[in-house]
Design a protein around this ligand. Sequence first.
Ligand code: SF4
Length: 472
Amino acid sequence: MSAPFEDALHEECGVVGIVAPGRDVSRLAFFALHALQHRGQESAGIAVSDDGHVMVQRDLGLVSTVFDDPALRGLTGGSAIGHVRYSTTGANKWDNAQPVTRNRGGGIVALGHNGNLTNTDELRTLVADDPDPLLATTDSELIAALLAREPGSLLDAVCAVMPKLVGAYSAVALSDSELVAFRDAHGVRPLVLGRFEGGGLCVASETCALDQVGATYVRDIRPGEAVRITERDAESRQALPAAEPRLCVFESIYFARPDSRLEGSSVWGQRRAMGVQLAHEAPVEADLVVGLPDSGTPAAIGYAQESGIPYAEAVVRNRYVGRSFIQPDQELRRNGVKLKFNPLREIIDGRRLIVVDDSIVRGNTTQQVVAMLREAGASEIHMRISSPPLAWPCFYGIDMPSRNELVASSMTVEEIARMTGATTLAYLSLDGLQRALGLPASRFCRACFTGEYPIPVPDTPLKLRFEQPVRA
Ligand code: SF4
């Protein structure tokens, strides 16, 4: 979904936790967050623990705008957590920036969370008598408030709170003496453990963050596991009974960086394999295979290799669109695709193109892309989508429109092809997706394709309604 503005699915959040006494942990956290910037561009924050004190700096904006050199120099300590955020729940306001903090046992607990809880109403009643009012409007502050009420070590508190949480969470919590990472029973959002040469451990949403700070991948944090990280050791507790793992399949399709590895498997390799499979399932005669950058590129390369049709870079992407606080005017917004992509007429003119993208959300971006390529002279445009039709909303941390806004929930593939103006349109099948991933379907959450939600969703899920065009 190489989509600008309203039609884009937004990554959820990214978290990092580092214990490395003697090293500049806030700087390490900064660079790890920089590698995770694609997972959230609305706010960034770092909390450090220094000699019994927890200090936090967080603000709206990109990692590089929230932190400068003096700010990082002021954040000294032996351990740190960090967070980048896109608001899947709660508004984009300062109070919702993370790490969120709560007073706990005479100190402070700071929390960074990636995911969405689905029982927030129930959790709110559990903290209703809390003397500290909830300032944020996020489920993350609820987790912090619950941790603040639990006695004992931070690891004890996390293990006591986890059974109360329903939904998706990969989280890091920091007190003046402990750093704990924890993951929901199904492991919907990724979380990996890494080790620094010479001492120190870290956790991060993706392995690309470990690479960035020079840490070596050790293993994935297990579903339902809570891990207290120290300089030398990761003390593990299985806080929840091991459930079937259900990693979000969209991490493989779109969200994770292509240079990351998910459960040991290369994301770039997975996407290329999706393209190979798509070439098997939906062949067509054409002159060139084009990937919509960047997310469609690996699958386009796979399609080209398998079909023997040459791959071409025919669209140039402006990488900075959507990362600015300056919004385009109405006219530019309507034509959002032109802000993000510019076609290379000399390559496209008179050619039959196979255009590979990773998904279609509402369909208006695909429509604009097809129009842009026709204007640039393409004689045929065969859209090939490297995932199945997206027909159900997400409740586990992805900002997705309600069901009636997802074009595949109410239109057939032929109807979508007509609506977008593509010469032909084909999606990767669910079986084909699984074949490309090389793992059984039972290992993944695939609810946005199947409507089968592995974790209970709220009782009155506005996102599921058809009658009203509501935004949840
Ligand atoms: S519903 Fe879709 S986007 Fe959400 S967690 Fe499941 S697979 Fe991922």
